[in-house]
Design a protein around this ligand. Sequence first.
Ligand code: KET
Length: 437
Amino acid sequence: MALRTAITRRILSSSSAVHATRSMSSWWKNVEPAPKDPILGVTEAFLADPNPDKVNVGVGAYRDDNGKPVVLDCVREAERRIAGNMNMCFDYCLTISNFREYLPMGGSNKMVEETLKLAYGDDSDLIKDKRIAAVQALSGTGACRLFADFQKRFSPDSQIYIPVPTWANHHNIWRDANVPQRTFHYYHPESKGLDFASLMDDVKNAPNGSFFLLHACAHNPTGVDPTVEQWKEISYQFKVKGHFAFFDMAYQGFASGDPERDAKSIRIFLEDGHLIGCSQSYAKNMGLYGQRVGCLSLVCEDEKQAVAVKSQLQQLARPMYSNPPVHGALIVSTILGDPELKQLWLKEVKGMADRIIGMRSALKENIEKLGSPLSWEHITKQIGMFCYSGMTPEQVDRLTNEYHIYMTRNGRISMAGVTTGNVEYLAKAIHEVTKGA
Ligand code: KET
């Protein structure tokens, strides 16, 4: 009897185990592979290619003239100071033994304070009057996403107007935050410049009080920015229409070589009294790509509103990632909090921007030298990290398949990946795939 019960029990438990295995294996049966990311997927394909002559001008990540990733000297020095525990004054005068503690939900106050000065100006009254709600964010992407979630929560019926074209991930970010997207004209393919007239029409025709995403400088992917005069007109029209401007500033310093000059668009809007939003990232201009350090800020009517808005941003962060990582913030606050290190940083940002400007001329000259009948003026006219070459997806495919040159299919060349060593090869390949066009 006892034996029979034990056997029955075993049969039952093994059949339920089979059943459990079956249902577990069917949990994800409807999951299809996600499409490759149009930018980061290029890096994956590049890494998988064994060809020694391969060139990566896909992702917007700065390389030195040997094609190697760069750690800035100011960052190395900051890390030395951090590791050496030089009684640094961070948020709570942390020491080496305890700076791995959690940061507050809004991140490092010291880092945020220094970051706001870069966007709003050292002497900004908005900072003095504590009218800016700001939190440390998971780099520029995290700042955009946090804002999109905030927009959905506090303006649930609003939409976001996004330029055509834009950084591909903007679409994903606002999609995943469930904010409907609209587009506005930006780039003019024939002139390879700004379609200012259509842009202004779209601004005028959008319903009053619409949300717009603007690239503060070094527009990605086009490398085309409005002039100061055009920014003034845009700002004026935003005022007339009561639109909200959200600035994505992922390349401060990369357009002109000077972070202060690159903040001009934002300053124009501030002069006009706009209550803007802003995403800042240290991925590119401090080379802190993998540290994921950035900032989201929203200008408010007064200090009381800023306190409320910041508390809500923190409440959004808490269930997502609780609080941001500490190390990158410590590097940034160490550099920007020390006048000497800040000077070194400014010099290094200019060095990166200048090398890219030099490569623009070199690429253009090399293509022209080969006798290309096409105009390549836009290579040197466009600014920032990218050249929007005008090449078609098919031409890009040929570059990749025949020449092992990796770039996004929209024809964007990351000029940061061009070097004196590969510029001739790149020019020749571009000439070959475009000469029949
Ligand atoms: N905004 C823009 C306009 C942008 O180009 C990037 C990155 C980001 C935000 C986000 O950067 P983060 O690393 O989250 O601070 N662009 C490059 C890398 C990427 O696609 O993630 C790129 O376009 O190649």
